[in-house]
Design a protein. Structure first.
Length: 580
């Protein structure tokens, strides 16, 4: 009897699973018959987010050399390692290029075709260009995946949910703002994927309040400037006259840190050191559980500090007052966040600029007050300029060591599941910011008056028929506009997702984390019910779960958590299919 696997979501995660099924099938399943159904209204490989049908102006946020879909010798998987080319090797691009999303779409399409070709002879793949709207079936029997516009379901022995990033219904605040905008003839664009938002509603020359200064803002900035016919000549932006005026602010009030523009030379920090498998084991074994701020963050802080100071002492010893071996021994003995640790650092690192201060990094405008609008603009341009300079200067290579520390920490924290959105935001702010050229464009747009800065802790109100924004960075300044854009992605909660299949599962009683994510077994991705019991035939991976991985793609030779998850889940699926 031929077995059937339905994978809902054919983007990078679904494609990665398909590759791992092909890699593991010879040992676990052989050439027995297997029907694989991919359900996704978008093309397989890139899926919705990485589809070819989007603006050619939009870039990836990683250098081409840092994007791969293939395992290598560093990846700790039970299944076979099957190396393949990273994006730069496949495309012929310079490794330090930030490729367009269209180029990445081509790469993903090729990866998908290669994954299909690597399946055993008995496997047949069919792509259904529809949405999956419902999942039914008894726990011990075949599952039924219902497709939009189709009367009969797909019958599946196993179902794997890899829908990726999800649209969401408006939360209470956003719903109230949307209703206010409708009543008053205003424009309100809620959290969304910028490439899919209706930006035509933002009129040329009109002020637009933008809440959010991360990667979604960068896409917005590009589409509303170059996307409307503007162009750059050197460091000058020449407007087309079709741009709106973007007033941007956020909690931090600054853009994410620039991507680092140099390579690491010399010794890498030996990570993990203070937050590794043993520490995660101890946290997971606590019968009373753990609190992120109290129990986890101090270990994160000490790990990142170790990475920073290891690099400072080994690569820039002239800026220290002690031998690394002596500092390392004393650092190990100091409790995380303790006065003793602060005193050690102060005595061994004379320049405060060489000390790692994560609190200051997270709150760059804390206590900053400007007395004029132009003072604020000049101050923020200076901040961005300094960040660009620092992130492209190897003299500040401890920053790159902290970046490597963040990658290590992220991989370890994957085992804890849902650790809250604050950590993911902090990680993205420091480690996943825009390419340097995008921030240089931001400076040019600011000088041209197309982008204007609001400051930190921006508060938006809806009153008197307009939207208003204020920030304590410029006391007393109120900015009014008839348009408001929430420049951030929707939160992937099951309770508010627009994915009808996941909404139905939520109503039926699957386990949900405190942040609203789908809870799965960390060992293999099986969907958990509210009693913590894994479903025998349903699996899920991706950002809508607490096994979200480290993103769609990974850097080569970094023992990617996503690859490890994909391999474990693929092997569990094949084991189950073989024994049914």
């Amino acid at each position: 009897m031929r077995r059937s696997l339905v994978i809902v979501g054919a983007g990078p995660r679904g494609t990665g699973i398909l590759e791992r099924i092909g890699a593991n099938a010879p040992a676990l399943y052989g050439d027995a018959g297997l029907d694989i159904h991919l359900v996704d209204p978008y093309p397989p490989g890139g899926g919705r987010i990485w589809r070819h049908d989007q603006s050619p102006l939009l870039w990836m946020n990683s250098q081409a050399q840092d994007v791969t879909m293939f395992t290598d010798e560093t990846v700790e998987v039970t299944g076979p390692v099957l190396p393949g080319p990273a994006l730069d090797e496949w495309s012929g691009l310079d490794g330090r290029t930030f490729a367009s999303r269209r180029e990445q779409s081509r790469y993903m399409g090729w990866v998908y075709e290669k994954a299909v070709a690597g399946l055993p002879r008995g496997a047949v793949v069919r792509h259904h260009r529809r949405r999956a709207v419902r999942l039914t079936g008894e726990r011990t029997g075949r599952q039924e995946v219902w497709l939009e516009g189709v009367d009969e379901p797909l019958l599946a022995d196993v179902v794997l949910l890899t829908q990726g990033h999800l649209d969401a219904e408006l939360d209470d605040e956003q719903d109230e703002l949307a209703r206010y905008a409708e009543r008053n003839g205003l424009v309100h664009l809620p959290p969304d994927f910028t490439a899919d938002a209706d930006l035509s509603r933002l009129a040329p020359g009109e002020p637009v309040l933008v809440r959010g200064f991360g990667l979604a803002f960068v896409d917005l900035m590009v589409l509303l400037t170059e996307g409307r016919g503007g162009r750059y000549e050197g460091e000058t932006y020449l407007p087309s006259g079709r741009e709106p005026v973007l007033y941007v602010g956020s909690r931090r009030g600054v853009p994410y840190h620039s991507k680092i523009g140099y390579a690491l030379t010399g010794e890498r920090p030996p990570l993990p050191r203070y937050l590794g498998p043993a520490e995660i084991d101890e946290l997971l074994a606590r019968p009373e559980g753990y609190d992120f701020r109290r129990d986890v963050w101090p270990l994160v802080e000490k790990e990142l500090g170790f990475a920073h100071y290891h690099r400072l002492f080994t690569a820039h010893p002239e800026r220290t007052r002690a031998a690394w071996t002596d500092f390392d021994e004393k650092y190990a003995a100091c409790p995380p966040g303790s006065p003793e640790l602060d005193a050690l650092v102060a005595s061994a690192v004379p320049d405060p600029a060489d000390r790692l201060d994560l609190t200051a990094l997270d709150h760059p405008l804390a206590g900053v007050r400007h007395t004029s609008y132009e003072g604020l603009q000049d101050g923020l341009r200076g901040y961005v300029t300094d960040d660009l300079t620092r992130r492209h200067d190897p003299g500040h290579s401890p920053d790159l060591a902290v970046f490597l520390g963040l990658l290590s920490v992220y991989g370890q924290l994957m085992r804890l599941g849902d650790v809250g959105e604050w950590w993911h935001g902090f990680f993205s702010y420091l480690a996943s910011g825009p390419p340097g050229p995008r921030l240089r464009q931001l400076l040019a747009l600011s000088r041209a008056g197309v982008v204007r800065f609001l400051g930190a802790d921006v508060r938006v109100t809806a009153e008197d028929g307009v939207f208003r924004a204020q920030s304590p960075t410029l006391p007393g300044q109120v900015t009014e506009a008839r348009a408001l854009v929430e420049a951030r992605l929707p939160q992937p909660t099951l309770a508010r997702t627009r994915d009808p299949l996941l909404r139905a599962l939520h109503a039926e009683g699957v386990a949900v984390t405190a942040a609203g994510l789908l809870a799965v077994d960390p060992a293999d991705g099986r969907v958990l019910d509210r009693a913590g019991v894994p479903h025998p035939r349903r699996f899920a991976l991706g950002p809508h779960t607490d096994a979200r991985g480290a993103g769609a793609f990974t850097r080569p030779r970094t023992n990617s958590p996503s690859f490890r998850q994909n391999d474990a889940t693929a092997r569990a699926v094949l084991d189950l299919l073989r024994t049914l």
